[in-house]
Design a protein around this ligand. Structure first.
Ligand SMILES: Cc1cc2nc3c(=O)[nH]c(=O)nc-3n(C[C@H](O)[C@H](O)[C@H](O)COP(=O)(O)OP(=O)(O)OC[C@H]3O[C@@H](n4cnc5c(N)ncnc54)[C@H](O)[C@@H]3O)c2cc1C
Ligand code: FES
Length: 280
């Protein structure tokens, strides 16, 4: 995994301002946020911030990009509860707090020379997007780049314009599949592990980066291993409820590990024994 970038003061939220808001899907918005004072801290793809909706609470949200000019962070938020609803309701000019970045990153640098297989389910594309951008920035240093995306339905495809933009490049294999669709959808239908079985990559020299709902990651990890990829070449981004994000409170415990500091990006061979256990 990439060396984590540490927050300057991990306990105290720093004041940020919403520079722009973009609706992605019916229940998903993207926020571009910039620090109210000083430069934003650095980050590596895969890390997350704790975003604080004042008066409501904090939630862990992956860094999905940096703003143009690298002045701020880009975060994509799905409304599931009180904090995400408050964050998704922020308008340009509103203030929020931010602690971070926290956690481990995708192994982008150590994947040099290998094929890279990216598998995203739904909102899982958000923390993978900066990894894809990093790979594309040094495209000539990698082998095949395969991006496999699964969504519930065509109207739930995240970053659709960006996927179409990437698809125009001739040096990436991109496949999108949906669980179900109407007759106006002419793409793949089925779960994303079925795309893994058809993907062309050199399993003897490849690395896989996977993010999505846990059940999707379990089946995807099995499909990658059936395709010949060893478990130490498969990296998953885990989600657990977070409170402190600095390894103190135990809220994010996942078997013997804490997702906030040992993850969220973890190697499959290290978590496989607990990944198969439900409700851990
Ligand atoms: C490392 C990490 C990165 C994350 N990145 C993102 C991100 O980029 N964007 C984002 O929107 N969320 C992300 N999350 C999830 C987010 O932190 C939670 O959804 C958070 O609990 C939302 O707080 P809330 O108060 O709105 O909802 P809560 O009150 O915490 O949850 C409301 C209900 O939704 C359920 N729920 C919680 N999380 C999810 C989920 N991810 N999917 C479906 N149901 C859920 C809960 O079980 C509960 O029933 C991330 C979590 C982690 C640990
Ligand atoms: S969130 Fe407190 S230990 Fe991880």
């Amino acid at each position: 995994m990439e060396a984590p970038v540490r927050s300057r003061d991990p306990h105290v939220p720093q004041p940020y301002r919403v520079a722009a808001v973009r609706r992605e899907l019916a229940d998903v918005v993207t926020l571009e946020i910039e620090p109210l004072s000083g430069p934003r801290p650095g980050f590596v793809p895969g890390q997350f911030n704790m975003l604080y909706a004042f008066g409501v609470g904090e939630a862990a949200i992956s860094i999905s990009d940096e703003t143009s000019g690298a002045a701020g962070f880009v975060h994509t938020v799905r409304t599931v509860g009180a904090v995400s609803e408050a964050l998704a309701g922020l308008r340009a000019g509103a203030s929020l707090g931010l602690r971070g970045p926290f956690g481990t990153g995708w192994p982008v640098a150590s994947a040099e020379g290998s094929d890279v297989v990216i598998v995203a389910g739904g909102l899982g594309l958000a923390p993978l997007r900066p990894a894809i951008e990093a790979l594309l920035a040094r495209r000539e240093h990698y082998g095949k780049l395969v991006i496999l995306v699964g969504c519930r339905s065509p109207d739930a495809i995240l970053y659709r314009a960006q996927l179409e933009h990437w698809r125009q490049r001739l040096d990436i294999d991109i496949e999108v599949t949906v669980d179900h669709a109407g007759t106006d959808w002419h793409g793949n239908v089925g779960v994303v592990p079925s795309l893994v079985r058809r993907a062309a990559f050199d399993a003897d020299d490849a690395i896989a980066l996977v993010c999505g709902p846990e059940v999707m990651m379990r089946f995807t990890a099995s499909a990658l291993q059936e395709a010949g990829l060893p478990a130490d070449k498969v990296f998953l981004s885990m989600e657990r409820n977070m409170k402190c994000a600095v390894g103190l409170c135990g809220h994010c415990q996942f078997g013997p590990t804490f997702v906030c500091k040992d993850g969220p990006v973890m190697r499959l061979d290290r978590i496989a024994p607990v990944l198969v256990v439900r409700e851990i």
